[in-house]
Design a protein around this ligand. Structure first.
Ligand SMILES: [Zn+2]
Length: 134
């Protein structure tokens, strides 16, 4: 399981729980326990591990074109850089420029705009239509 990759994870978990329930809990969990204690303990465990995996997700780094970036940031970038026409995304600077000007990637620009005399104009009209729809 992913969340156990951190070798300190269980230690941290035990510390957090022993802080709340006293160290006896960890040494001999069932000695003084009632069923509702056990339930509470499980809830705490669940909450802690959820918190942990959320933190890991936010801090998780992914390599994109040789650059490390956080997954959170990457997802935001992907949404911004997705071509609305062909649905692919690009980290290419050229696509970036076309994306902000024509709201599509370079390939789509070549395919739909370049080479047609009124291509750009038509594209702008399409853009306005799309905006009106929204
Ligand atoms: Zn495209």
């Amino acid at each position: 399981m992913k969340k156990f990759q951190d070798p300190n994870y269980l230690v941290k978990l035990e510390k957090a729980i022993s802080k709340k329930y006293g160290s006896e809990t960890i040494e001999n969990p069932r000695k003084h326990w009632t069923e509702s204690d056990e339930e509470e303990y499980e809830n705490q465990l669940k909450k802690l591990s959820e918190k942990q995996s959320k933190l890991e997700e936010e801090n998780e780094k992914v390599e994109v074109n040789g650059v490390l970036m956080s997954k959170k940031l990457l997802n935001r970038e992907l949404a911004r850089r997705s071509c609305p026409v062909c649905k692919t995304y690009s980290f290419n600077l050229k696509d970036d420029a076309y994306m902000s000007k024509f709201e599509c990637c370079f390939k789509c620009y070549i395919k739909h705009i370049q080479g047609t005399p009124e291509g750009e104009e038509r594209w702008q009209r399409r853009k306005i239509k799309l905006q009106e729809k929204n």
